[in-house]
Design a protein around this ligand. Sequence first.
Ligand SMILES: [Zn+2]
Length: 239
Amino acid sequence: MNACPCCPPAGLRRRSFLGAAALACLAAAIPGAAGAATPAAGPRLAPDQALARLMAGHARYLAGAAPAIAVNAEARAARAAGQAPFAAILGCADSRAAPELLFNTGLGELFVVRNAGNVADTGAVGSLEYAVANLGVSLIMVLGHERCGAADAAVAAARAPLALPPQLGDMLQPIIPSALAAIRAGGDVLDGTIRANIARNAARLVEVSPVLAAATAAGRLRIVGARYDLDDEAVALMS
Ligand SMILES: [Zn+2]
């Protein structure tokens, strides 16, 4: 599905997801990059169709459906030649918020990027650019969740200096503006931070990425924010 003239055969490609050849392929798909070419694959689903499919999977999860991830020889053979995910998720690394389970999807259906606090950092944005430019993904969901530890730490850091390991402190920095806004707003500061952080990172994707901005402007990509409620298990779209 995602065949590209500058990519190696699938048997080689799957050994090095973002190896030199795959990076050359990504560069060719990004407008303005050296050797730019037409992206290998357009979106297979319209953005709204992808969102409907994603939320239908979540409805199955809420209804108690068995996980859709099949791990057997037939499933492995079906996905060995390449990947064709229909949506991408920028989610939190929290162990309770696994997108493949929440959306009742199998391997190969979702392109998932996770870090603590679902932050659109360089690695996340670059990964999502790859999903959109080369895999034809037409939907990105920024998925935060209730009682997020990263957001909670950012609130604490916004209120008083914290002694944190350097990398952890740096990781929290992008969440602190959301924490400060939630502190100013009052009320449930942690949940306010979580909601603001989801919206902030969804907006950031098009602010920092010409690839994602162009795809959105052309109607080939939709970016949505959503919050996973740990108590009632529901994923709710944010406006
Ligand atoms: Zn979290």
